[in-house]
Ligand binder design. Structure first.
Ligand SMILES: NC(=O)c1ccc[n+]([C@@H]2O[C@H](COP(=O)([O-])OP(=O)(O)OC[C@H]3O[C@@H](n4cnc5c(N)ncnc54)[C@H](OP(=O)(O)O)[C@@H]3O)[C@@H](O)[C@H]2O)c1
Length: 170
């Protein structure tokens, strides 16, 4: 599985259960990358979507101990239940946040598609700083772009030692 995220210069990803900033090209990139795949997300992230609705044309698997399943999404109560579902899945899997879910699932991710925004938005939720983690290597860095005065860049990191999913998460 892979993670996809947009971070600010302090690896902040959200504030008050909302995104820090929305870049149209990044939204397009996220959609292209995840369309027809499986997305794994936390209950708070689902609640932050417009109308609290899951993402269309993707299998939405929500981690939650409290939420009941609803239209367009499934709920798993813990990581072993998630891995049991993923064992049967052949489509690509993307971890799409938020912070709690990224932190727990990063050891299983092979790649992280990180959109870096070069500003401090004062976030209250963070992605782990992959530049500080010796297991993660920056393998691709696109050219710097700009949207409404905000400089940003698409990057890809690779995990040198990803855990295997097909062992019930043990
Ligand atoms: N910049 C980006 O790319 C990006 C992407 C996604 C999200 N975000 C931002 O991230 C923020 C939300 O992140 P967050 O860390 O507050 O919340 P989150 O990770 O989206 O959701 C946390 C919830 O997920 C459930 N959960 C987590 N681990 C679980 C486990 N092992 N088993 C069962 N349930 C589990 C729990 O739900 P219950 O309490 O129901 O049990 C928990 O309260 C928002 O600001 C959002 O906008 C940013």
């Amino acid at each position: 599985m892979n993670a996809i995220v947009a971070v600010d210069e302090r690896w902040g990803i959200g504030k008050d259960n909302r995104l820090l900033f929305s870049i149209p090209d990044d939204m397009k990139y996220f959609r292209q990358m995840t369309l027809d795949s499986v997305v794994v997300l936390g209950r708070r992230n689902l609640e932050s979507f417009p109308g609290g609705k899951p993402l269309p044309r993707r299998r939405n698997i929500v981690l939650s101990e409290t939420l009941e399943p609803g239209e367009g999404y499934e709920v798993v109560r813990d990581l072993p239940a998630l891995f049991a579902l993923l064992k049967e899945e052949e489509r690509p899997v993307f971890v799409i946040g938020g912070g709690q879910v990224y932190r727990q699932l990063l050891p299983w991710c092979r790649k992280a598609y990180v959109t870096k925004m070069y500003r401090d938005f004062g976030g209250d939720v963070f992605f782990p700083d992959l530049d500080e983690d010796p297991d993660w290597l920056l393998v691709e860095a696109g050219e710097e772009r700009e949207y409404e005065g905000l400089a940003y860049r698409f990057t890809v990191y690779e995990n040198s030692w990803p855990e295997e999913v097909d062992n019930d998460g043990q």
